[in-house]
Write a protein that binds this ligand. Structure first.
Ligand code: TXA
Ligand code: MG
Length: 373
């Protein structure tokens, strides 16, 4: 295992100290690992041209070798260094959405280390809308391969503290630029597919992309590990963004929905479960008189805020070692689709409908089986 003494530097996200950036860039050139904030989540960066450096990312994250990484750029002209036969649509989208939370899958240039792309012929690239990684790419002169800076299957990190929790002693430098302004990973668009296909919902809402790509496709997203399908787009694994505590996801809009969820919470609490509810501020009042741990995500009318808080709340509840996290999904529109996607994966693809009576016995059994898994 790649082991080092981790150094943390606090930086102004709008005006990072060039001396600190230069030091971090030096680590990257020496095949070290540098974690940094982006507008989406914190990334764990390495020189994308060095198979040794990239190998260290997989090692310290415990990431399966078949799950490829995203390459981060600071200038549009760098596309030619990492990709080939770049279609005009890529430039058109980059002009509009870069820097920003849109990752494009293109044909890979041979310069990029093969393990970045997990042996695929394609490469995922994006230009983050954050001064720290932009300065790091500029100063090092390197394209930077960076997955989210969390351990595999843990919620993505949205603060430097989260990175330290997962990777202390296994990353050379953590650049602390405060909380990530979006808090959800980038939207991934495959431009080698025809028509262009969304591989992962993310920080850029699809209604925007449809303006440039009317025939936009959305990939079948969810594959369970035991389905035995070839994993061509690895981000499709259902179990991916999971808190350690089992998370149960609920839909339902009728007047009966919240009282049903409240009843379930109360029954489980009486059975001795340490119950938590992750909820909008509006829904929270249905639960305040029960003895529960309440994780307030913010107003239902402020989806960006829910997005910013989601992973941090998952980690907070994990740290409290709650036995179960109950969540009623917010509306599945715009950024709500991305939030739904992360909750759905955390729930391992299982959803309960609160517009129908709940089978509490079935749910208790499910909890027991998740606990022993
Ligand atoms: O917002 C983000 O995208 C963050 C920040 C750090 O940039 N990064 C991130 O990386 O979320 P990661 O490694 O957690 O997710 C990268 C995902 C992979 O799981 C895979 O689904 C997809 O990107 N990916 C990467 N290269 C690909 C390729 N060549 N073809 C298809 N999918 C690819
Ligand atoms: Mg990730």
């Amino acid at each position: 295992m790649y082991s080092v003494k981790t150094q943390t530097f606090t930086l102004d996200p709008n005006n990072p100290d060039p001396a600190v950036i230069a030091q971090a860039a030096e680590r990257l050139r020496a095949d070290g690992l540098v974690a940094f904030p982006t507008e989406t989540v914190y990334g764990l960066g390495a020189n994308a041209l060095s198979p040794v450096a990239v190998g260290r990312i997989f090692e310290v994250k415990k990431r399966p070798f078949y799950d490829p990484l995203i390459v981060h750029l600071a200038r549009l002209s760098q596309i030619e260094q990492v990709a080939r036969d770049v279609p005009p649509l890529a430039y058109e989208l980059a002009q509009i959405y870069w820097p920003g939370p849109l990752t494009l899958v293109l044909k890979k240039s041979p310069q990029v280390a093969a393990n970045v792309s997990a042996g695929l012929e394609t490469v995922a690239v994006r230009m983050p809308n954050h001064r720290i990684p932009l300065a790091l790419v500029e100063t090092s002169g390197l394209p930077i391969a960076a997955p989210s800076a969390n351990l595999f299957t843990r919620p993505s990190p949205t603060s430097a503290r989260h990175v330290l929790e997962d990777l202390n002693g296994h990353v050379d430098v953590i650049l602390d630029g405060g909380d990530c302004p979006i808090g959800l990973e980038s939207t991934i668009l495959d431009l080698t597919a025809s028509p262009p296909t969304v591989l992962r919902h993310g920080g850029l809402a699809l209604d925007l992309l449809r303006q440039q790509i009317p025939d936009l496709q959305i990939a079948r997203r969810y594959v369970k590990e035991d389905e035995g399908l070839p994993i061509s787009a690895p981000g499709m694994l259902v179990k991916h963004y999971s808190p350690k505590s089992p998370l149960l996801l609920f839909t339902g809009q009728t007047d009966a929905a919240l009282p049903r969820l409240r009843d379930l919470a109360s029954v489980l609490a009486k059975q001795g479960y340490r119950v938590s509810v992750m909820t909008t501020t509006e829904d929270a009042r249905h639960f305040t008189d029960l003895n529960l741990e309440i994780a307030d995500l913010g107003s239902a009318t402020d989806l960006p805020q829910i997005g910013r808080r989601l992973f941090d709340q998952m980690r907070r509840l994990d740290a409290l070692r709650v036995d179960v996290i109950l969540v009623r999904a917010p509306a599945q529109e715009g950024l709500g689709l991305t939030i739904w996607d992360r909750l759905f994966r955390a729930a391992e693809g299982q959803v309960f409908d609160l517009d129908m009576p709940l089978d509490v016995e079935e749910i208790a059994q499910l909890l027991e089986s998740r606990k022993s898994a």
